[in-house]
Ligand binder design. Structure first.
Ligand code: GAP
Length: 481
């Protein structure tokens, strides 16, 4: 693995590591509340097991991240909800799961081998490798953002694809690529899926999976990674439907983000200009989100015309057309593509959810409370169950019974250690929307009428209601789906 100077500066020291990844200097951190907020988010992600630097104990692998026990739950919730609304709740979309290792001819035909590159500049002073758009342009000349040096190379294209060798022989003919997007396997399997699914236009093929790009400067935590996951839909249609479907899918995708808990105020639609758009696209929108480090792309929704299928048809010599039984015409369909990044959606959810408020501690003194206000649908753990005291056998037994009652319906967490207030705080910090406490009323020791009731605490309002244990699954399921 070639490491840049910026990468090398990242040590195992937590702050140095993360500040480096965030590309924020200590001075900036002191100045900007957004940068401080981002630092707290990165710190929380590590401290509570959402996201860790990959290979951290060896100094970190730049641009790669490992999701911990809570991060993996959050990520799954995002992917499952996407799959639910895009595939399961529709008649016109089917799924697939393609290989990551990709035949070079596929990526030659798609244009990636020739053109999937970023212009790159090297700083001869600090040896940093930079994307050309990161170089500081001053009247006096170009400057390195890393060291301020002015001895920079001319920009030259740097292909972002990772290549590897397949089989024992290492030569030109054994080259394969790690896919840079999931889309291509959908185009390549278009005919097979059309035949087996017997779908009529318009219809879509959806896929969730890993993609790899050798980004010159991975940064902003997981935002620009070298290994990441995409959720892509290729929605095939007739040429005359393309522009209308582009707007339709933009609307659907905005709804998706709102339904996972990202407020409409924080979402922005950018119409990609003719100059910025891929030459084959007739229209592209970027859905952007206000991250603490600025407004950045979450998802692209593009009308890619018939470009991809035509390219693969030409290169493979195999027909990728569609036969319209009504008009008896054969043609290559056009496609509209909503393409979302899983990791970016997860990061946006965490940034949106992070908040600090005030709550009383055990002695009634107000203290800062960190809360992740996840939508219950996305929260990694839906409900925590607490016996009031861990040394009271009957309270513990009842709490464990409740865990068993809820477990078939949701991800539940049992916690008996520490004061109840501390236990609430720990769950608030990871975004658990509901807390159930088993107390002496539950056992009917104080008032027989309260036997088999528990308190249900709401994370955001911190209010508690008393409800019957048997009603818990129904109440909670209605709030988390
Ligand atoms: N098939 C179209 C396509 O791949 P893209 O705009 O290059 O389009 C789509 O990528 C989405 O994938 C982006 O909007 C983003 O959410 C995610 N993505 C792209 N590059 C990424 C990276 N280096 N790290 C994390 N997510 C990335």
């Amino acid at each position: 693995m070639v490491r840049t100077a910026a990468d090398t500066a990242a040590t195992t020291d937590f702050f140095a590591l993360h500040l480096c990844n965030l590309h924020l200097s200590v001075t900036e951190m002191n100045k900007s509340p957004d940068a401080q907020r981002m630092e707290k988010i990165v710190s929380l992600c590590k401290r509570r097991g959402f996201i860790f630097q990959s290979s951290e104990i060896y100094g970190g692998l730049s641009g790669c991240w490992d999701y911990g026990p809570l991060g993996v739950e959050l990520k799954r919730n995002v992917k499952n909800y996407w799959w639910r609304v895009i595939v399961h709740e529709r008649d016109d979309v089917v799924g697939m799961d393609g290989a990551i290792l990709t035949h070079p001819e596929v990526l030659k035909a798609s244009g990636h081998v020739e053109g999937f590159s970023d212009p790159m500049v090297d700083c001869r002073t600090c040896k940093a490798r930079l994307r050309a758009d990161q170089v500081i342009e001053k009247k006096s000349g170009r400057q390195c953002p890393n060291c301020g040096g002015r001895d920079l190379t001319e920009a030259r294209p740097f292909n972002l694809m990772f290549q590897t060798q397949m089989g024992a022989a290492a030569n030109e003919s054994s080259i394969v690529y790690l896919r840079p997007e999931t889309a291509q396997s959908i185009f390549v399997q278009f005919k097979n899926i059309l035949e087996v699914s017997r779908k009529k236009l318009p219809f879509g093929i959806a896929q969730i999976g890993k993609a790899f790009r050798n980004e010159i400067n991975p940064r902003n935590f997981t935002f620009r990674s070298r290994e990441f996951e995409q959720m892509e839909l290729e929605y095939f249609c007739r040429a005359e439907e393309g522009m209308k479907l582009l707007d339709y899918w933009l609307g659907e995708r905005l709804k998706f983000y709102e339904n996972i808990g990202i407020g409409r105020d924080g979402l922005h639609v950018k119409t990609v200009s003719d100059e910025e758009r891929a030459f084959y696209s007739k229209g592209t929108y970027d859905i952007e989100f206000d991250f603490p480090f600025g407004r950045q792309e979450l998802e692209g929704v593009a009308y890619r015309t018939d470009y991809d299928l035509l390219q693969h048809q030409k290169a493979s010599g195999k027909s990728l057309d569609y036969f319209d039984e009504e008009t008896k015409q054969r043609f290559v369909p056009h496609v509209v593509e909503p393409s979302a990044g899983v990791d970016r959606a997860v990061l946006a959810l965490i940034c949106e959810a992070y908040s600090e408020d005030e709550a009383p501690d055990e002695k009634g003194k107000m203290e800062t409370r960190i809360v992740l206000r996840f939508h219950p649908r996305m929260a990694p753990i839906k409900c925590a169950v607490f016996p009031l005291l861990k040394n009271k056998e009957h309270l513990v037994a009842k709490a464990k019974e409740i865990v068993d009652l809820l477990r078939p319906h949701m991800n539940v967490f049992y916690d008996e250690s520490g004061a109840i207030g501390r236990r609430y705080r720990r769950q608030d910090e990871i975004g658990t929307p509901f807390g159930v406490t088993v107390d002496f009323e539950t056992l009917g020791e104080k008032d027989a009428a309260l036997r088999d009731t528990v308190t249900l605490r709401d994370r955001d309002s911190m209010k508690q209601e008393r409800i019957l244990v048997k009603d818990l699954p129904g109440i909670l399921v209605s709030r988390i789906t």
